[in-house]
Design a binder for this molecule. Structure first.
Ligand SMILES: [Zn+2]
Ligand SMILES: [Zn+2]
Length: 142
């Protein structure tokens, strides 16, 4: 059974090939499911779930993130060998480091609590009526 993360939780994750591994300590500040076009292109999937941590809570413990600047000031981290999308940081939102929820070893530990950028959601992907829906960002911090 999956326990909700708390301050003592250590979450681990990594890419498909195993070259890049990370560890996150404590519960995420926020979680979301993003429907933006940029997340879609970055992954080839219809949407992308994020777990947002203080940057000091996340440590790369194996391999090196390759970085692609997908918009000015936005850096997406991925494995250069297998291509798995792993991280997101934004210069105008310093101090936070997002990891892709589905790259966690236990993605059930941090389910999305809201859906964002629903204005760009694909018509064939159903919204989850149990979650708050935001046309763009929900708050300046997300
Ligand atoms: Zn890899
Ligand atoms: Zn997005």
């Amino acid at each position: 059974m999956t326990q909700s993360p708390d301050a003592s939780t250590i979450l681990t994750g990594g890419c498909l090939c195993g070259a890049v591994r990370y560890r996150a300590t404590g519960a995420p500040n926020a979680t979301s499911l993003c429907h933006c076009d940029s997340c879609r292109r970055a992954t080839g999937g219809p949407s992308l779930a994020w777990a947002i941590f203080p940057e000091e809570a996340v440590e790369i413990v194996a391999g090196t993130l390759a970085i692609y600047e997908s918009s000015p000031g936005v850096e997406r981290g991925f494995c250069a060998r297998c291509g798995t999308s792993l991280s997101y940081t934004r210069a105008n939102r310093p101090g936070l480091f997002d990891v892709t929820t589905a790259s966690l070893d236990d993605p059930e530990a941090c389910p999305p609590s809201k859906e964002i950028w629903t204005r760009e959601r694909l018509s064939w992907e159903a919204a989850n009526p149990a979650l708050p829906q935001f046309a763009r960002f929900s708050t300046p911090g997300s």
